[in-house]
Structure formats: structure tokens, C-alpha cells
Design a protein around this ligand. Structure first.
Ligand code: ATP
Length: 350
């Protein structure tokens, strides 16, 4: 295993920047997830690390050595694709052996490593089958075995679970994570599935429009989002548009005056996480902000209830309450109070 360093990696197609100056370090044995909306440049970044796409500029270093100009099979990166990319006419064992043959290992070594890799993904004994004789989950494990057989310095996973059904996804997620830990594999995974990213990663990279917006742990991204994009992308939030009129004072475009923490004046958005808000039938005088509003919509989600409250013609927010049974359960049309401490909101300048 090895450390992976990406330095100012850029891919341009004509004038279009698919990836723009991305720099990242992945520690030995770390599981890093690239997360972002469709088209943000995640896959292009991963493919540049694997060697399938040539960067316009920038560098990729693996274990300290510069591999930017090496072809895929010379950089010892194991890649797993969303589509599995197994050769349909080759047996499972031949598929797993493929990378080892490319590297011209002696036959006995190849056979040994194929057996080891299939045992690791719990497919021992299925080496003689063809891919079409396996389930989707098993095929994905063959793809994983093929990547592991080369004993890669870095494991690269490109949306590896998105072709599996929901239940299987959760199982394979845990399997991959446990295997990764057991082998101490330096791993980079691409996904647009937030839950998958949050459950699997040691650290996450949030990308948008080819650039990195923030790198951090789940807690960093949720509690201290670097910008408005990250606040809106990771977890749920309501943004109220308005202006910071004076230090600590925010006025929404709908005319509500709110207490905030922040002193840079000017146009801004106030981000309020639904679970950080209080809701009650009457005033909440102990809180810095206490507003009355009308319930417009209620979503009953079992463990939690989402309540959409209209505070002014231009301002509506979502409050989430835990369903503890028998508590306050507002109904559509009811007048309620919504409150929060100034520090519960986050202000992002426009
Ligand atoms: P998704 O989750 O949809 O796979 P992604 O974040 O992985 O998205 P990329 O596949 O990395 O996105 O693509 C980033 C951007 O680069 C997209 O806007 C895409 O259209 C563009 N792009 C990718 N390959 C090419 C190409 N060969 N020529 C031109 N543009 C490309």
C-alpha cells in the first residue's frame, strides 16, 4: 500500500474544464470518497489517477513516485468499474488473472494469487464459471477480486455499487469496507450517493464543476461547511435569502429580523438545519430567534416528522422533529412558533 498524492490535476476538453486544479493527499490505508453531483468531475479525476485519461496538467504520485505519464498497467492501481467490465467469454478465474498476465507473472504465481483473491471476496470454488452464470453482486465481487489480485498500491472504485439493488448495496458496502480495513488498502471511491459516501469514508472530498469545495470528515462537512454549496449538498438545510445589516443582525428578503453569528455585512444566505430548530404551540422566549408562522405541509417519515412552516410571504423553512410518540404534532394550517439560538444558523455571503 502507498500514499497517493494528486497535485493541481487538470483536465480540459477544449475550453471546458472537466477537472480544475485538484490537489489531494490520500494517506496510506485511508478510504477517501469523492462526492458531488453528476458531471462535477469525480470520474475524470479517478480515471486520471488510474491512467485511463491523460491530464492536461498536474501530477499524480503513488508511494512518492511520479506516475502521471505511466500507462494503467504500470502504475499498480486496481480499478473497479460501475459496469463491472468483466470479459464475458473468460471464466471468473481468467478474468481475475487478467491483470497478472498483463504484468507477465509466472503461471504458478498467477494461479496462487487468483485463488487468494477469490477467497478474499468469498467466491472460492466459482473460478470455472462464466460471468453470466453469476448474480450481479457476485460479478461485482469478481471485479473486486481482479483489482485486488495485482496487490495494488491503491484501489480505485468508480460507483461500484450503483448497479446493485438497495439491500445488496448495503451488504456489499460493509464487505468492501471490512476488506479494505483488513488489507490496509489505500482507497479512492467515487459516488454521488450521499449515504454511501458518509457510511464508507474516512474522509470525503466534495466536488462541484470540476473543483474541490471541501475536504474533511463527515462531521467537518456537516458542522463546518466551507461554503454554501457544501452546506446545501451534504445533509439537508433551508436557506433564507437576505442581508447582514449589521454584525449579528440578518434581515430576510421577506423582512424578518434575525439574530445571527457573523459580522460581514452584505447580501447573504442563512442556512438552517431542520433538526436544529425548535417548534412549539406558543412562544419560545428563551431562544435568540422566536418567530410565529403557519404550518403548510407535514411529512410523516416514521422516526421523524418534517414540518414546513411559512414565516413570511418570502420565507419558509423546514423543521424536523424526532417522533417520540405523544409529543407536539403540528397540523397543516396551525399557527406555531419556530425558534433557534443565533449560533445554530450559518451565514454564507453571496
Ligand atoms: P457522473 O456522476 O454523472 O458520472 P462525474 O462527476 O463523474 O459525473 P465526469 O464523468 O468526471 O463527471 O465528467 C465531468 C465533466 O466532463 C462532465 O461535464 C462531462 O460531460 C465532461 N466530459 C467528460 N468526458 C468528456 C469528453 N471526452 N469530452 C468532453 N467532455 C467530457
Amino acid at each position: 500500500m502507498a500514499q497517493l498524492d494528486i497535485h493541481r490535476l487538470t483536465k480540459r476538453y477544449g475550453e471546458f474544464h472537466a477537472v480544475r486544479e485538484v490537489s489531494l493527499s490520500v494517506a496510506d490505508g485511508e478510504f477517501l470518497v469523492l462526492l458531488g453531483p453528476s458531471g462535477c468531475g469525480k470520474t475524470t479525476t479517478l480515471r486520471m489517477v488510474a491512467g485511463f485519461i491523460e491530464p492536461t496538467s498536474g501530477h499524480v504520485k503513488l508511494g512518492g513516485g511520479d506516475v502521471t505519464l505511466l500507462p494503467p498497467w504500470k502504475r499498480n492501481a486496481g480499478m473497479v468499474f460501475q459496469s463491472y467490465a468483466l470479459f464475458p467469454h473468460l471464466t471468473v478465474a481468467q478474468n481475475v488473472a487478467f491483470g497478472l498476465e498483463m504484468r507477465k507473472l509466472p503461471r504458478p504465481d498467477i494461479d496462487k494469487r487468483v485463488d487468494e483473491a477469490l477467497a478474499l471476496v468469498r467466491l472460492g470454488g466459482l473460478g470455472a464459471r462464466l460471468p453470466r452464470q453469476l448474480s450481479g453482486g457476485q460479478q461485482q465481487r469478481v471485479a473486486l477480486a481482479r483489482a485486488l489480485a495485482i496487490r495494488p498500491d491503491v484501489l480505485l472504485l468508480d460507483e461500484p455499487l450503483s448497479n446493485l439493488d438497495a439491500k445488496l448495496r448495503q451488504e456489499v458496502r460493509v464487505e468492501i469496507r471490512e476488506l479494505q480495513r483488513q488489507l490496509g488498502l489505500t482507497t479512492v471511491m467515487v459516488t454521488h450517493d450521499q449515504e454511501e459516501a458518509l457510511t464508507m469514508a474516512d474522509r470525503l472530498v466534495v466536488m462541484n464543476e470540476g473543483s474541490v469545495h471541501q475536504v474533511g470528515t463527515q462531521r467537518d462537512l456537516y458542522e463546518r461547511p466551507a461554503d454554501r454549496f457544501v452546506a446545501g449538498f451534504v445533509g439537508r438545510t433551508t436557506f433564507l435569502a437576505g442581508t447582514v445589516e449589521a454584525p449579528g443582525r440578518f434581515r430576510t428578503d421577506g423582512g424578518l429580523g434575525l439574530a445571527i453569528v457573523g459580522d460581514t455585512t452584505g447580501k447573504a444566505a442563512l442556512s438552517l438545519r431542520p433538526e436544529r430548530l425548535e417548534i412549539a404551540p406558543g412562544p419560545l422566549p428563551e431562544l435568540d430567534n422566536d418567530l410565529s408562522g403557519t404550518v403548510e405541509f407535514v411529512s410523516y417519515l416514521g422516526a421523524q416528522i418534517d414540518i414546513h412552516v411559512r414565516l413570511s410571504p418570502a420565507d419558509r423553512l423546514v423543521v424536523q422533529i424526532a417522533n417520540r410518540g405523544g409529543g407536539f404534532a403540528p397540523e397543516v394550517g396551525q399557527t406555531v412558533h419556530v425558534g433557534w439560538q443565533a449560533g445554530a444558523g450559518q451565514v454564507f455571503a453571496d
